[in-house]
Design a protein around this ligand. Structure first.
Ligand code: NDP
Length: 278
């Protein structure tokens, strides 16, 4: 039977540790503050923003919400970001993505000061990660490293296979596993013999965005399987990119969906906000 990697529990531990840090910063007169900007009212974004606000409240981080109308122009949004960049009382700036189509997402990401880029999406943050310098790291892959470490799963020297090469998950995941001395292979939609490559993995990270695509035939006996995917089926039930019921008997350790990677993303966002002050 596989070890179930409990993201709910581990994210709670991280949030409780951060609570302590935030309190001691407060006693030094420093109040951690995150600005969260949402443009338009995409329902999924509203849920994500709400969860971020709740996590801030739990930890004691001040959150300032900007709920901007759909017709907000790129210039207006850039103006707000510039103001927040120059506000010493604001430590982190987060623009909930996606932004409406008339706003260029790249311009927005590039406008956030790297010192306040708690999502870790700015090219300077991404560059720092790839050359091993200090900088904010994208929250989902940073959370996966915490899941592995806090579950006692060693990365050094292990064959790590990442399926997916997106800028927010796959690529930073590969860089982080490399930083932890894993031997890393990155797969994508053009990869040949995907099954054979995956079957070599001691640690398999799946971030493809295809419900239950990875079954037991992709997994080596005893491998650690990390499922990043989130999908909701027609009955409203959540599932991942991994066929959990098929893979769990083969895996050595596995993350469930929900309750695996998902809760870690917000915990690491909170961690980045605190890091922004330290
Ligand atoms: P993207 O769609 O940006 O990237 C998907 C990647 O998977 C691409 O690199 C693509 O390859 C690759 N891919 C697609 N089909 C295949 C295939 N058949 N074989 C091999 N590779 C394939 O997705 P994201 O990285 O943004 O997200 C991945 C999943 O993780 C989604 O389900 C998303 O909802 C979830 N997610 C969950 C988060 C969490 O907090 N738990 C946070 C972020 C995402 P190519 O580059 O060649 O197109």
């Amino acid at each position: 039977m596989a070890q179930i990697i409990d993201g709910k529990l581990i994210s709670k531990q991280i949030k409780d540790e951060l609570k302590g840090k935030v309190e001691s910063l407060k006693s030094e007169g420093k109040e951690v503050c995150l600005a969260v900007i949402q443009v338009g009212c995409d329902p999924a974004s509203t849920v994500y923003v709400g969860n971020k606000k709740k996590a801030c409240e739990y930890i004691g981080i001040k959150s300032i919400a900007y709920e901007l109308p759909e017709e907000t122009t790129e210039e207006e949004l850039l103006g707000i970001i510039s103001k927040l960049n120059n506000d010493d009382n604001v430590h982190g700036i987060l623009v909930q993505l996606p932004v409406p189509k008339h706003i260029n997402e790249e311009h927005i990401i590039n406008a956030i000061s790297p010192a306040k880029d708690v999502d870790g999406f700015h090219p300077a943050s991404v560059g720092a990660l790839s050359i091993g310098k200090k900088g904010f790291v994208s929250c989902t892959p940073a959370g996966i490293i915490q899941l592995l470490k806090r579950s006692g799963i060693e990365i050094e020297g292990k064959d790590c296979v990442v399926i997916g090469r997106s800028n927010i998950v796959g690529k930073p995941m590969a860089m982080l596993l490399l930083r932890e001395n894993g031997t890393v292979t990155v797969c994508h939609s053009k990869t040949k013999n995907l099954k054979e490559v995956c079957k070599r993995a001691d640690i398999l990270v799946v971030a493809i965005g295809k419900p239950k695509m990875i079954d037991a035939s992709y997994v080596k006996e005893g491998a650690t399987v990390i499922d990043v995917g989130i999908h909701r089926n027609e009955n409203g039930k959540l599932c991942g990119d991994v066929d959990y019921d098929a893979v769990e008997p083969v895996a050595g350790a596995i993350t469930p969906v929900p309750g695996g990677v998902g809760p870690m993303t917000i915990a690491m966002l909170m961690n980045n906000c605190v890091e922004a002050v330290l």
